[in-house]
Design a protein around this ligand. Structure first.
Ligand code: NAD
Ligand code: TYD
Length: 332
């Protein structure tokens, strides 16, 4: 029996993780702390409502009172809460520094105060920056390109220093790009699927040859689960699927699955500071016993099917604040 606080549990990976844990460990309880920013969505947690071992608190990880209320009786904390979209971090970085850095600090203070047994910081491969050849290991230097990546790197350093200084039981996961159900349609794969479904243009940055290593969200959940239970305190674990794809190739697959024309692709001005390639060496985690199950083509097809079947879910999101953001950002 463990009481787990999941911050950011109403977002994409957090909500997948909450449902994964509740399904696998019926004797655990999960308490979600989430600010419900534009990226948080209670519809993602619909199936948890009313479950006896699930509770939800609307609150901010930057607010000590909210954090104390959530963590006072917790055994473990998994911190997904963050501002996460690179493009938004370029135009409005402040919220990234606040939530991703200050919020992590407030959580670490709670780990100290309430003697939390384990704290998992959900980080990203973007803290390493771009790599032309080879793959980053956990020892690679941090070289973040965007305000998002820099804020996440700051959080990692705070977490690691709290292990060195106070021996707080901190673990860090750095995963590559996730895809799957419930991802906000501002991100590349769901944006392109939903735009294609609406017969709208697909705004591909630059030459479209940037490479990302795509990790199916369920495989990330199994990785975090393993690290939470079996990982070593003070350690970092890379989580990559070895499914490196050029953006343009991903778009071709999406169009093929939907039976849509390539003429929907529109090359637009490149993102500032756009990392060319991400690549992770995850052998440390594989030695601990993790293996991704998903095959990219198959799981992408399933993801396309999920967005095709859940139009109401994403139409609601695309109809709100997103429209204004989209107009401002893309000029399409
Ligand atoms: P997301 O944007 O879908 O969800 C973020 C959640 O955090 C939302 O529910 C939001 O309401 C909540 N939140 C934001 N600010 C908050 C605050 N101040 N207090 C409490 N809650 C707050 O993000 P995601 O894609 O699910 O990513 C989750 C985590 O995984 C992030 O830490 C991100 O850096 C990391 N990550 C994501 C990916 C990816 O491909 N999506 C890859 C590697 C790492
Ligand atoms: P994104 O989903 O924003 O993830 P990240 O930047 O964190 O890797 O983008 C994935 C890739 O897709 C990245 O190379 C940028 C590219 N991209 C586009 O070409 N057009 C878009 O509209 C978006 C959102 C992303």
């Amino acid at each position: 029996m463990k009481r787990i606080v999941v911050t950011g549990g109403a977002g994409f990976i957090g909500s997948n993780f909450v449902k994964y844990i509740l399904g696998l460990y019926p004797d655990y309880s999960v308490h979600v702390l989430d600010k419900l920013t534009y990226a948080g969505n209670m519809a993602n947690l619909e199936s948890c409502r009313g479950e006896r071992n699930f509770s939800f608190q609307k609150g901010d990880i930057c607010n000590k009172r909210d954090v104390d209320e959530a963590c006072r009786n917790a055994d473990w904390i998994v911190n997904f809460a963050a501002e996460t979209h690179v493009d938004r971090s370029i135009s409005s970085p402040q919220a990234f520094v606040e939530t991703d850095v200050l919020g992590t600090y407030i959580l670490l203070e709670a780990v100290k105060e309430f003697k939390i047994e384990r704290y998992v910081q959900i980080s990203t491969d973007e803290v390493y920056g771009s790599i032309d050849r080879g793959s980053f290991t956990e020892e690679s230097p941090l070289n973040p390109s965007s305000p998002y990546a820099a804020s996440k790197a700051g959080a990692d350093l705070l977490a690691l220093s709290s292990w060195t200084t106070y021996r707080l039981p901190v673990l860090i996961t750095r995963s590559s790009n996730n895809y799957g159900p419930y991802q906000h349609p501002e991100k590349f794969i769901p944006l392109f699927i939903t735009n294609a479904l609406e017969d709208r243009q697909l705004p591909l940055y630059g030459d479209g040859l940037n490479v990302r290593d795509w990790l199916y969200v369920r495989d990330n959940c199994t990785a975090i689960d393993l690290i939470l239970h079996k990982g070593k305190e003070g350690e970092i674990y890379n989580v990559g699927a070895n499914e490196e794809k050029k953006n343009l190739d991903v778009v071709h697959l999406i169009l093929a699955y939907l039976g849509k024309q390539e003429s929907l692709i529109r090359h637009v001005t490149d993102r500032k500071g756009h990392d060319r390639r991400y690549s992770l060496n995850s052998s440390k985690l594989r030695k601990l016993g993790w293996k991704p199950e998903a095959n990219f083509e198959k799981s992408l097809k399933q993801t396309v099917a999920w967005y095709t079947e859940n139009v109401e879910w994403w139409k609601k999101i695309k109809g709100g604040e997103f429209q204004e953001y989209y107009r401002r950002h893309y000029d399409l």
